[in-house]
Design a protein around this ligand. Structure first.
Ligand SMILES: [Zn+2]
Length: 266
């Protein structure tokens, strides 16, 4: 979790709390079984998109020629599509054996802004080791135990568009379904419910608000006391003795004290 400063430097703010043990155990088993067995989530994707024409249109896999990665130095010129971006600037990649989503495990960088600049993407990737970038999970706070699963839908460069968003979202949901299907129910029963965690968070937020209110009231009290003192000084008659003593100090023996152009005191 981090923030991107004005000068482009990233400031790391922390990381998400570790997920519950049953989720970690299920994840380890899923990774191990993927070495010898086909995963189930591609079937979930196929079933979901095949439900009707609308689901296919919204969540279906775009054509392979819509997956275009350009070299970092080539910036998108204009328009919502890359139809005018020449193929000569595309990065050469080895073709995949399958069109199923590839699963990656590693760091997901969550920040306060969208990354859509290839050079920034590469720099942040080198600094944080992140495989991808996102914004939404920064709201989950650091003390909420969770595991982040994201579908990658673009290359965080200036060619970024929303063509792959539906398919990426469905892929992440399908993987989450398979992961949850591997979680041992008995272990889950021993974990705290989300609602309990949220209750604790709510209490902590209320305490912080109460402290904040008390501090604010204290500041206002000090400010009004100072304001009242200024009013009193302004309204009260001046101290005659102060003026008299000042006049005594200023006078000269046998001389004159000029008060105004027309009046003199001897
Ligand atoms: Zn483009």
């Amino acid at each position: 979790m981090g923030e991107l400063g004005i000068n482009g430097d990233v400031q790391l703010k922390g990381m998400l709390n570790a997920p519950p043990r049953p989720i970690l155990t299920a994840l380890t088993e899923l990774k191990a079984s993927a070495l010898v067995d086909d995963p189930c989530f591609p079937q979930f994707i196929e079933k979901a998109t095949g439900r009707n024409g609308r689901t296919k249109k919204t969540f279906g896999r775009p054509q392979a020629d819509q997956d275009r990665l350009f070299q970092a130095q080539y910036e998108h010129i204009e328009g919502t599509s890359c139809n005018d971006c020449p193929t000569k600037w595309e990065s050469k990649r080895i073709a995949r054996d399958t069109s199923e989503p590839e699963t990656h495990y590693g760091i997901i960088a969550s920040g306060n802004c969208v990354i859509k600049h290839a050079a920034t993407r590469d720099r942040l990737g080198a600094k944080t080791g992140a495989l991808c970038f996102e914004m939404e999970s920064s709201g989950l706070m650091m003390d909420f135990p969770c595991k982040l699963i994201r579908g990658i839908c673009d290359y965080s460069d200036s060619h970024k568009n929303d063509k792959w968003q539906g398919y990426a979202a469905l892929s992440a949901a399908a993987y989450a379904k398979e992961l949850l299907g591997n979680v041992a129910v008995a272990q889950i029963a021993q974990e705290r419910l989300v609602v309990e965690v949220c209750k604790d968070l709510k209490k902590e937020i209320k305490t912080i608000r109460d402290i904040s209110k008390g501090t604010q009231a204290g500041i206002e009290s000090i400010q009004s006391a100072q304001y009242l003192k200024h009013i009193q000084e302004w309204l009260l008659p001046s101290d005659i003795s102060i003026n008299f003593n000042a006049a005594l100090e200023a006078r000269q023996e046998g001389g004159m004290l000029l008060v105004s152009p027309k009046r003199v005191i001897l």
